[in-house]
Structure formats: C-alpha cells, structure tokens
Design a protein around this ligand. Structure first.
Ligand SMILES: Cc1cc2nc3c(=O)[nH]c(=O)nc-3n(C[C@H](O)[C@H](O)[C@H](O)COP(=O)(O)OP(=O)(O)OC[C@H]3O[C@@H](n4cnc5c(N)ncnc54)[C@H](O)[C@@H]3O)c2cc1C
Length: 409
C-alpha cells in the first residue's frame, strides 16, 4: 500500500516536496491555508522568479546553516533545480549566472508545478489552516494532523509553512514556528532579512529620494560588520536596494536590538584614496565666485548634493569664495563617508526572507524531526536564509526534494 503523506503549506518547498513524494508513488495531499498554491512564489524576483544561481556557495547562507548547506547542496544543487524545471517543461535562462524562467514570468513556474501536482494526482485542500501534529495511536497511521476544522491521519508529513516575510498578501504569518515549538522543536529567534532600514528621524534625508551606485558599509559602533556595492536607494526616511538587502542579514538583529548601527555611504566607490584626492584637487581649482550648488552641479547626483549640503547645514547659494579650501575639501570628503544612524528595519511585511526559525540541530540529514518520527521540514521555516540572487528558492527546492523523497521511501 502506498504511503499517505501530508504536505503542509503549498509554497515553493511544499509543492516541490509533494511532487518528489508523489513521483515515488506516495499518496500525497497538500494542506494549504490560502485559496491557491505558490502565492509568494508568483511574486518572486519582481514577478520574474530568480530560481537559483550558477555561483552557488554555502557561504552565501547564514552562519548557522553553512556546514549543513554544503551537504544538502551536494545532494540537490543548482543543476538539480535546472533539471527539475526541465522535467516540468520550464525552460530556464541565465542572466550573468542568475537563473530565471525564459518566460520571464514567475507565474509560469507556479503553473508548471501545479500542472505536475494535478498530473500526479496529488490532492490539494485549500483554505485549511494547519494547527497541530501529534503521534497517532490508531495502530495504522503514525500521525494525527489537525486543522482549524478537521483531523487527518497520515504516515508522514512535511511541514513547509514558510516564514513571516511578505506577510500581507501571502498569509505568511509564521504559524509553523508556534506549531513546531509545541512539539518540542527549538525555534531560533527570527528577524526580517533581505530588507531595508529606516534611519534615525534626526538624520537629514532627501525629500525626492536618490537611486545611485554606491559602496555601503555598516558598522556596529566602530566595528565594520558588512560592506556591499550596488544600486542604493535613499528615501526620505531610510535606505534600501540590493546592497542594503544583502547586508541586512548580518546587521538586522543589532538594529532591532537598538544597538548603534551606522551605514557609511561612499558615492565614489570606483575611486581609491589617491584618485579621489586628485579629483578633489581638480574640483578645488574651480573655486571662484560660483555658488556651492553650481560648484557641485556636475560632481554627483543633484539629490545627493542636496543631501550632503543639508546635512552639513550649508546653503546651496553660498559663494565658493566665502568657503575656505579646507572647508570645501571637507564637503567633498562627505561624498565618500556619509554616515547614517539606522533605527529599525522596514519589518517582516517588506522583507523577502526571515532569518532564524526551526533550529537545524532538530533535523537529520534527510530533514526529519528527530523527536517525532514521520515529521519532516522543508523551506524557510527552517533556520536557513540566503543572499538575494536565487539562493532562497534554491533552498526551497533543495529542502523540498530532500524531505519529499525521504518521506516517501
Ligand atoms: C517579494 C519577494 C520576492 C522574492 N524573490 C525571490 C527570488 O527572486 N529568488 C529567491 O530565491 N527568493 C525570493 N524570495 C524568497 C522566496 O520567495 C522564499 O524563500 C520561498 O518562497 C520560501 O518558500 P517556502 O515554501 O518555504 O515558503 P512559502 O513560499 O511562504 O510557502 C509557505 C506556504 O505555507 C502556507 N501556510 C502557512 N501557514 C499555514 C498553515 N498554518 N496551514 C496551511 N498552510 C499554511 C502559505 O499560505 C504558503 O502557501 C522572495 C520573497 C519575497 C517576499
């Protein structure tokens, strides 16, 4: 008789687990709280779905996961995701190593997963909120699964209820953390990650916002904790963009604990000290009767200029002849060293992933929960989070395939 498996949560990890289990001949049911599968997946990569990345390394995941990721990526890595997509009829393309569906549409990936789920005869029960799992003592099944309204019996179950991130439209309310803690799992404190930050309300920020390439370093007190390069977005109350999101995983816990975390922005990342000194000397030769605004006009983005001047409490109409050389030098130095105090993250709602979750110490290599036989975990509910660039969906597929396969054999 085929094994009866419940997959709880039909996101990327759950759909993948269901497919691998059903392909092995198991009788699979997905329990989904939403009225459709893969809601978050359909929003990924700005609707384009960055599936994985050819530059795959365990160090792109959180420190507590790295040692285990080496093993798990060895079992199911980038090529396996690409083959999996191929098996679903999804053609993929690489953009500098970032792997996307060739359709350019995340929804086509969701549709392909759903078509395979239907083809394999997997039952999907929608609008059902999983509430608890416990040992079953009816002599036939191992597990009793409870939802808000019903009870189900199963041989095995895969819990893949995701995280707290992107909550509003996806119903990702982190239910799984509580349910897992009820059956004895250790939950590592969670924080939003791949997220932007608000700055201290005292900081002078540009009204119109700035989008520019920059290097951005983060310090805890005086200690440097992360440096990233890329397109930075500065708004009137905070900072975001890829370099901020990448660093957010390292710094968010300090910010949320109200420790003194600063962002130090270098708007001239391609200049070393010597180059910048020579650039400044060229600029200082222009120091005549023109206004500060005219002086800085061609130097950097006008919104950056406004931001630097307002932070230094200087009027753009000041005449350069009234500004000393050392002061002008100091103004220009600000463009490589603009310091902002961070106050809080933009929160789970705005974040792409959650750092923390079910401790990896609770699961075996096959992602089974050691203390309740028959229970497996997959996806973001576990304490695994990766950089931006396809690393989180890679984990969803890696963990989904490992848990779904192990549950079915
Ligand atoms: C805006 C955005 C863009 C992103 N872009 C990318 C990207 O391009 N590349 C990338 O690698 N990663 C990206 N991510 C991250 C990636 O989407 C997640 O890491 C991944 O979807 C996690 O998969 P999961 O299956 O673990 O969780 P989810 O996809 O969140 O699925 C969990 C499922 O469980 C269901 N559920 C929850 N609680 C219950 C319950 N109690 N009972 C029943 N069902 C329940 C939910 O409704 C959901 O369907 C992005 C995230 C966001 C928010």
């Amino acid at each position: 008789m085929s094994k009866r498996i419940f997959v709880i949560g039909g996101g990327a990890a759950g759909m993948c687990a269901a497919i691998y289990a059903a392909r092995n001949g198991a009788d699979v049911t997905i329990l989904e709280k939403n009225d459709r599968l893969g809601k978050k997946l359909s929003m990924t990569g700005n609707g384009r779905c960055n599936l994985t990345n050819l530059d795959m390394r365990e160090e792109y995941y959180n420190l507590s996961a790295r040692a285990r990721m080496k093993e798990w990526l060895g079992i199911y890595g980038v090529e396996d995701v690409i083959c999996f997509m191929k098996s679903l009829g999804v053609v993929v393309k690489s953009e500098d190593g970032y792997i996307y569906p060739a359709s350019g549409q995340a929804q086509t990936v969701v549709n392909a997963l759903k078509n395979e789920i239907d083809r394999l005869g997997v039952e999907v029960i929608y609008n059902q909120q999983f509430k608890a799992v416990s040992r079953c003592d009816d002599g036939r099944y191992k597990l009793l699964i409870k939802t808000a309204t019903d009870e189900y019996r199963a041989d095995e179950c895969v819990i893949s209820t995701g995280s707290l991130s992107g909550a509003k439209s996806t119903l990702s309310t982190g239910d799984g953390y509580y349910i897992c803690s009820q059956i004895g799992m250790n939950i590592k404190k969670t924080y939003p990650a791949l997220v932007g930050f608000k700055v201290d309300p005292e900081e002078m920020m540009p009204e119109n916002g700035v989008r520019t390439i920059a290097e951005i370093s983060f310090t805890l007190g005086n200690e440097a904790i992360a440096t990233e390069y890329g397109e930075l977005q500065i708004t009137k109350d905070g900072i975001s963009g890829i370099p901020v999101m990448q660093a957010s995983r390292e710094i968010v816990r300090f910010v949320e604990e109200k420790k003194p975390v600063y962002a130090v922005i270098n708007f001239f990342p391609d200049y070393d000290d010597e180059d910048f000194k020579s650039l400044k000397n060229d600029m200082l030769r222009l120091k005549d009767n023109r206004t500060l605004a005219e002086f800085l006009n061609g130097f950097a983005n006008s919104n950056v200029n406004d931001m630097v001047l307002s932070r230094m409490k200087l009027s753009p109409t000041m005449r350069m002849k009234n500004i000393s050389v050392s002061m002008a030098d100091c103004i220009l130095d600000n463009y490589r060293n603009l310091k902002l105090k961070l106050s809080e993250s933009y929160g789970y709602q705005a974040s792409q992933v959650t750092t923390g979750g079910v401790s990896l110490g609770d699961v075996g290599s096959d992602l089974s929960y050691k203390k309740l036989p028959g229970v497996y975990l997959a996806g973001e509910i576990l304490d695994v989070d990766g950089r931006c660039g396809g690393y989180n969906l890679q984990w969803a597929f890696t963990s989904g395939s490992i848990a779904g396969t192990a549950a079915s054999i």
